[in-house]
Design a protein around this ligand. Sequence first.
Ligand SMILES: [Zn+2]
Length: 287
Amino acid sequence: MPIKTNLEDLRDRKLKFGVEIQLVSRAYFAPEILQDGMIRVFPWDTEVTSWTLRRMRQPRFHAYIADLAQKLADWKDVDILRVPIGDINTVNLVGRAMAYPSPVHYHYNCPHCPHVGTEVIKVPDALERKAEKPADYPGWDETILLDSQDEVRFRPMEVRDLIDVEERSEDSKRVIDDTTFNVCRQVVAVGGGTPTDMEEVVRWYRALSPSDAQQLLEDQKEAHPELETRIAYRCDACDGNFHFTLDFNTSFFRPDSPRRTEGKAPEVVRPGVEGGGADPGPDQPAG
Ligand SMILES: [Zn+2]
């Protein structure tokens, strides 16, 4: 006897429950393929969970978050290596949020008092679109360094950058630290001149004043298109202000559910920062 279901629509859940979102970068890296930055995101489901559990046992964390984003959205023919990290995080956050009834309830521990509060948040609607790019974005931002007055063009950090950081040799890491490597990778022009190779950029970067070097690092972070996951809150009990950072390790991604089976999920990766997305600020609740 064939199954008797109450479902009237037997299309795949990816088609039925996927949502269209606009990437904060407007997909400048593939404007013909993802027009106006629109992409279809699929809900994180049991297939993704079981894939995640297998994949987590392998090394190469940054390649993993890109692989995950490929499972959670219809990227069509986009070269995933060219996608900014902010867009990868957006897709993973939205796909993960879609696994649960929306808006999602999560718990916070107030850093000022013993109160454990509950908040609701709607992803992505409640998250600020940081450094959103216009339709005519050329693929780079520009800044003038205060000390040297050097005019620097830099592009957003993309998947290829993180993978290169991860896969470079120990010898290379001894010569160039990860932060310098990341900052220099993103530089596309200085004073209108295009660098001939990475060494040239590194030599220039190391010759900058400490404050110019810091400024470039911060300007790159500031210009990165992404959803702002650091959210300001006020405690219900003591009125204390604090910030809560949504990442894959907060209770946002651990909603109380008796059917939950997934293991440790990845952190959101922050552009311009080595390693994962832990926010070490004193106002970070124990998440
Ligand atoms: Zn409090």
